[in-house]
Every structure is written in C-alpha cells, then in structure tokens.
Design a protein around this ligand. Structure first.
Ligand SMILES: Cc1cc2nc3c(=O)[nH]c(=O)nc-3n(C[C@H](O)[C@H](O)[C@H](O)COP(=O)(O)OP(=O)(O)OC[C@H]3O[C@@H](n4cnc5c(N)ncnc54)[C@H](O)[C@@H]3O)c2cc1C
Length: 433
C-alpha cells in the first residue's frame, strides 16, 4: 500500500494520529502545500515574518523526517489541483491529513473526498477533545464561551501519542530543498519556527522560569516571552499539539504547584478549543461582516485610515507601537490585539474584516478560527454575550504602558497628521490643524 500524508497545521511527528496511520504502509510520501496567496480585503500574500516562521517549521520537520529515512515534498498550488495529481503520479492507494478549521479548507477536503478514488482519511489531532466527547448535540453547540467551558473543562484529554520510531520509506522522487525565508527573525523577539524551539519555550515557561505560577497576573504584558506563554506560533503550526501542552500543565500542577494561574493557562486553551469548533459550526459566516447573526454594522471604507492603521501611523501611539511590533516580529500580545482591533472597529469605523485580513497576513500564529473568532467577538457579531468590546484607548495605555516604554520601544509616538475630511461632493480635502 502506497500512502500519502498531506501535512497541514500538524507539522510534527509526535501526537500525530494521521501520520501514525501510515505506519503499516509499504511507502509513504509526505507533502506540504504552501498556502495560496488569496486576495482578500485589498491584501495578498503573507508577511515576511509569517513566511519565515512557516519555512523554519517546514525545515525542522524535514530534518526530523530525514532522521527516520523519510523526506518532505513542499509544493505550491491549491489542494484541489495538486493532491489528485500526486495521487496519480505516485500511484497512491491511501491518503491522510489532519483536520483544520476554516470554510475554504473544509471545502477543499469535501472536494477531495468526492474526487479521489482512493480512501481519504481526515484525522483529528489539533484539538483537545473529539466531538463525541461533548455532552451536547452538535446542533446545540454553545453560542458563547462560558457554557462551553462549563460543559467541557472536566472532560478527560486523551494522552498524546508518541513519535513513531520508524516510518515507511519514501517513493523514488525528487525532494527539493525548501527555499530559505528572506526575513531574519527580529532581534527584539526572535521566535524561531520548529518543534525543538517550541518544546524549549514550553519547558522554559513552565518548568524552568515557572512563569505559569503567576500567569494570571502577568498575561496582559505587551511584550512577547514576558508575561504569557508565547506558545501560539508553535500551536498554530502544529509543531506542538494542544494535548501535549495541556498534559504538560497537568504534570506541572502535579509535580510543583496548582493555583489559579496554572488553571488559567488551561482556561485559555479552552478558548482556543471553543473557537476551533465554533468555526466549524459557523462555516462561511465566519467571514461575513455581520457574522452568523447577520447584524448590520455601520462602517465606512476609508482607505487612508486603513493604511494608517496598518502602518502604525494613527493618532493613537499605543496602537501604532502594537502595529509596528506586529509587522516587525509577526507577534502581538492578546491585550495588544484587543486594543488594536477595538481601535480599527470603534475609532476608525472600519469593517473588522480588513483588520482580520491584515492580522492574517502578518501573525506568525495565524489561525483562521482564533483570528476571525476573536475579531467577530470584538466587533460584536460573534460570541460576545455583551455584543462587542469598545476599549478606552487612553485608559488602556495608562494601565498597560503607563510609562510609555513599550510605545517608545516600537516607535509609536508619531507626529499628528492633518485631519482628512471629505466634502459634500466626496472630494477629499486636507485641512490643517
Ligand atoms: C483580534 C484578535 C486576533 C487573534 N488572532 C489569533 C490568531 O490568529 N491565532 C491565535 O493563536 N490566537 C489569536 N488570538 C488569540 C490570542 O491573542 C493569542 O492566542 C495569544 O495572544 C497568543 O499568545 P500566547 O501564546 O502568549 O497566549 P497565552 O496567554 O499564553 O495563552 C495560551 C494559549 O491559549 C490560546 N489562547 C489564548 N487566548 C486566546 C484567545 N483569546 N482565543 C483563542 N485562543 C487563545 C492560544 O493557543 C495561546 O497560545 C487573537 C486575539 C485577538 C483579540
């Protein structure tokens, strides 16, 4: 039997049920398809840091595969076109992949299920739970987080699976080198892609520095690697599975200490879990301006305001610093994301999807369900029981960057620009101020 494993957001050997399913095969072809540059909200392509993190993750995965006599074929193109071509070219008998959320991603899977004449198995492995564990019917999936948490937080989490000791050999094929990223990691926040770096970070945050012990108080820190785990980039690429992280938290609680903070890190993994499944339920409405409720929002599209927000050149210094941190490093803290998103939605009156698309382009931890789910939450068209969030930017700056150190570090204090107004005939005029 000749097997094909299509890697998606599961760039690891350990705790990878889909990859393990290939173990009895006579040969195994491992393939990854680089994400398509889908034009969306006037943006195309992925930012340099996101691209770097992905390539580093692929390179380290390839090295792990090579240590077992395997290899990784990295190709470009849509799965609907490329996977059937590979199946035919290598006379593949069975195909596996790991489930990822997202409407377009699931459309591709449905297409392949129909089109391929070979068995195509989609495994679970990127979530804490499987749907059969939920104590509610799929049709009753909670609309908001709290009921979801109450119903799931005591469920048992399957133990992570070990890495395979051996894998079937690859078929005779050409495996080209993965082109290196053009951007180096930012020296101010050098987050390297790949499983080894992710495991080091997990060990550092939990067992070495014990940052988890005070996490609930420090998690709003705006700098990466400071108050929160900063594990999201490795989780999003599947370099470490969420089950591995959950079990590491439980181990820490058993061996060292269990308190509100250690629970809170698990609580945040439940947020991710909620958005992962909510995205499956919400389907295409995850990308609709009005969300699943189809709420009417009053927005205007002002390209200049959007460009200023993206460039970190608004009249809000903390937002500028956050946006500059994002484009330079590919990362932004949860508090920072809430502030930057609230500014785009409430101060600049822009369609939240433009902000989400910019985050999609740059975040090294981009994940369709967490990104669009959180944006919808703040815009009040998703799972927020309070109908959206409007943060007072001055108060947020005073509370989280009182001395302006963060804003200064990321060059957020910008000269005010002339007010931009539009006259009755929609003709842009500039007024001095
Ligand atoms: C507008 C907006 C967009 C976002 N886009 C993304 C995204 O594309 N990818 C992404 O992984 N997260 C996203 N988040 C969620 C959150 O900001 C990040 O997961 C978190 O900042 C990552 O830092 P950390 O690993 O230090 O998190 P920690 O505070 O250490 O939390 C541990 C883990 O819990 C999960 N988590 C924490 N908070 C959330 C949350 N609010 N929603 C979902 N999962 C959460 C993450 O997997 C995170 O790594 C977004 C939040 C907002 C407000």
């Amino acid at each position: 039997m000749r097997h094909l494993h299509w890697f998606q957001a599961d760039l690891r050997l350990a705790d990878n049920p889909a990859l393990l399913s290939s173990c009895g095969a006579e040969s195994l072809l491992c393939v990854y398809l680089l994400p398509k540059a889908r034009p969306w909200c006037n943006l195309t392509g992925i930012g340099p840091q996101r691209d770097r993190f992905l390539r580093e993750s692929l390179q380290t995965l390839r090295i792990s595969l090579q240590s077992l006599g395997q290899d990784l074929m990295v190709l470009e193109g849509s799965p609907e076109l490329v996977i059937p071509q590979i199946v035919e070219r290598f006379a593949i008998d069975t195909v596996s992949t790991s489930q990822t959320p997202g409407w377009y991603e699931s459309q591709a899977i449905h297409f392949l299920e129909e089109k391929l004449s070979t068995p195509f198995c989609v495994h679970r492995g990127n979530t804490l739970f499987t749907p059969d564990q939920f104590p509610f019917d799929w049709g009753d999936f909670p609309d908001t987080f709290s009921p979801f948490r109450r119903k799931t937080e005591k469920l048992s989490i399957p133990s992570p699976l070990p890495s395979p000791d051996t894998l079937p050999p690859p078929p005779a094929a050409q495996f080209d080198a993965i082109p290196k990223a053009t951007a180096p990691p930012h020296p101010g926040l050098p987050l390297p892609g790949g499983r080894a770096a992710g495991l080091r970070r997990l060990d550092q945050f939990l067992f070495h520095e014990e940052g988890i012990v005070d996490y609930k108080n420090t998690r709003n820190d705006l700098n990466g690697l400071a108050g929160s785990s900063t594990l999201s980039p490795w989780i999003a690429h599947g370099a470490i599975s969420v089950r591995e992280i959950a079990h590491a938290i439980f181990r820490f609680e058993k061996q060292r200490v269990a308190n509100d903070s250690t629970y809170w890190l698990y609580f945040e993994l439940l947020w991710r879990e909620f958005f992962q499944w909510r995205a499956v339920v919400d389907g295409l409405s995850l990308y609709r301006q009005g969300g699943r409720l189809n709420r009417q929002l009053l927005t205007t599209y002002d390209p200049r305001q959007f460009a200023r927000w993206c460039a970190g050149d608004t009249d809000y210094p903390l937002v500028n610093a956050l946006m500059r941190q994002l484009t330079a490093t590919g990362w932004m803290s949860n508090r920072g994301r809430q502030i930057a998103a609230s500014c785009l939605i409430n101060e600049l009156d822009l369609d939240w999807r433009f902000g989400a698309a910019f985050f999609e382009q740059h975040l090294i931890d981009y994940d369709v369900s967490s990104n669009y789910g959180n944006w919808q939450y703040i815009a009040g068209v998703g799972s927020d029981p309070r109908g959206g969030r409007h943060f007072n930017l001055e108060k947020q700056a005073a509370q989280y960057d009182g001395a302006g150190v963060f804003t200064q570090k990321w060059d957020g204090f910008r000269a005010l620009q002339p007010a931009y107004v539009v006259d009755g005939a929609d003709w842009p005029i500039t007024e001095p101020r």
